[in-house]
Design a protein around this ligand. Structure first.
Ligand code: ADP
Ligand code: ADP
Length: 222
């Protein structure tokens, strides 16, 4: 069964038609990549699923319920919804849990675990400007992972992470995706990355983005 059901989504900005008639299902326990040329509407589609922008037409359902705004069952990492610059790494990671009403002691314990998970143990009290771009992306990833949402929406979350760390995070996602209650939707323009990490690749056509092909790569990662 699918957690996320996208039906007939279209979106035009001014006179730029970004998406036309997108129908997609995202099953539990799978990582799906949205792959396509720059400008084909990948980020737009992900933000519509996140509830951050409104489609002109069509619907998004999460666990059978139509959504038009963000909600606790979805966590996301977008470049432009980044970290709070005035808050420490700890506060930034714990923020998602704070929104969900988790008490301070518990959210700090959980946040500490995910900060370590992304390789930033010891950086809890630093501020975003004291970190590299790749480290900031990892803080965003820790925040998204820590809230235990059913749906993870990740927009090129490793673009600033160096080669060595990127491979490790790709491996972590591959491991995490097998959680049968969750679905991961990952935006990338890298075919190599999509093939390596995905159970399914949704190939979008050049603008206006339409689903042109769905591929299920079989890859031996051993
Ligand atoms: P992708 O993520 O595949 O690169 P986007 O979803 O970012 O594509 O953008 C799809 C198209 O919509 C592009 O042509 C982009 O320039 C345009 N676009 C995206 N956001 C806006 C916006 N806020 N205002 C006007 N045009 C936009
Ligand atoms: P970017 O690609 O933006 O430079 P990276 O995540 O690749 O970001 O990190 C760049 C540099 O930041 C690393 O080479 C290292 O010097 C420092 N760095 C990253 N993670 C850590 C860490 N866990 N501990 C100490 N230094 C780190």
């Amino acid at each position: 069964d699918s957690i996320v059901e996208v039906r007939g989504i279209s979106k035009t900005y001014g006179n730029v038609e970004a998406l036309r008639g997108i129908d997609l299902d995202f099953p539990r326990g799978k990582l799906t990549s949205l792959l396509g040329p720059s400008g084909c509407g990948k980020t737009t589609l992900l933000k519509i699923i996140a509830g951050l922008i409104r489609a002109d037409g069509g619907t998004v359902a999460i666990n059978g319920k139509h959504v038009t705004a963000p909600g606790p069952e979805r966590a996301f990492v977008f470049q432009d919804f980044a970290l709070m610059p005035w808050a420490t790494v700890m506060r930034n990671v714990a923020f998602g849990l704070e929104l969900r009403g988790t008490n301070k002691a518990e959210r700090e314990a959980i946040a500490r675990r995910y900060i370590a998970e992304v390789g930033l143990a010891g950086f809890e009290d630093k501020y975003p400007h004291q970190l590299s771009g790749g480290m900031r992306q990892r803080v965003g990833l820790a925040r998204a992972l820590s809230v235990d949402a059913d749906v993870l929406l990740l927009d090129e979350p490793f673009s600033a992470v160096d080669e060595q760390n990127r491979r490790k995070f790709q491996e972590d996602l591959i491991r995490l995706r097998t959680n049968q209650n969750k679905t991961f939707i990952f935006v990338t323009h890298s075919i190599e990355e999509a093939v390596y990490i995905s159970d399914r690749i949704v190939l979008l056509s050049p603008r206006p983005g339409r689903v042109s092909q769905i591929i299920e790569p079989e890859i031996d990662r051993s």
